[in-house]
Design a protein around this ligand. Sequence first.
Ligand code: GLY
Length: 318
Amino acid sequence: MEPIIIVHGGAGDIPQSRVQGKLNGVKASVAAGQQILAQGGSALDAVEAAVVLMEKDEYFNAGYGSVLNLSGEVEMEASIMCGKNLDVGAVTLIKDFSHPISIAHKVLTNSPHSLLGGEGAKIFALGMGFSTVPPESLISENAKNALNDFLKHGEFGRTEIGIKDEGGVGTVGAVAVDCNCHVAVATSTGGMSGKAVGRIGDTPQIGSGTYADDNIGGVSTTGHGESILKYCLAHSIIKLMESGNDANTATKIAVDGMTNRLNNTAGAITLSKTGDVGINFSSNRMAWAYIKSNKIFYGIEKNEVHEEEYVSEKPSCK
Ligand code: GLY
């Protein structure tokens, strides 16, 4: 089949001042992943590359630019899943590495465990050859402003960003199907502004932030972590597809279902195993992009789809 990749750059009350930066970021991210797929690379490598790009970009709540906890620190989380054999890798409470998603990928490939946190994740990452960075080098001005605003006015849980005017960042994720029909999903986040120290959200929890199964498809979610994990949002969408719903219908039913039941917002991107696309969000905005049939599709507003020609290499399977 023709390989395909879709990415999201977070659901939330994204202010207008952050819209263009986010759109630029998701378009660059999806192109990085698509290039790997076009060269016959694996879905796992493609979703990691797409997420790495957004972890470098301060327009997103992952890696550099992650939101801050109540102590003013970055504590990041990420997960990755391979739909071929349901292998997973996840990390949480990461403070001083630039790319949590790459550490999660190593947990998948090089650890007997699925989820490593805090000091243990750091020891594992160092053993795998990752270098630490000063924790303060991951903190953006925007994230500081968002925490300050949260401390003045915030109500935890209303948004990933905690501030409406300045802080438009969001969890990131990618879903891909490669030319060998393998599905993979990656999701990475700084969590929510003003979270308690040690708080763990949905993103590193398989079935909540991430799920991939070659027999069905893949999902990456974003939004209010405590609600997403109660609802097992990613796996709910997978189950709805398994019972016959198309990717878009399944995504809408589950996102609406979570929001109606728990009164908080979320978003999700979905691919079926045959490359059908699902995109839905109950927040005000969610940045997303995908590349299919030499076109790049992208958007951030509800019911908005932009479409441009995209010249890509002819896919060649390895
Ligand atoms: N969805 C990101 C978080 O709540 O941690």
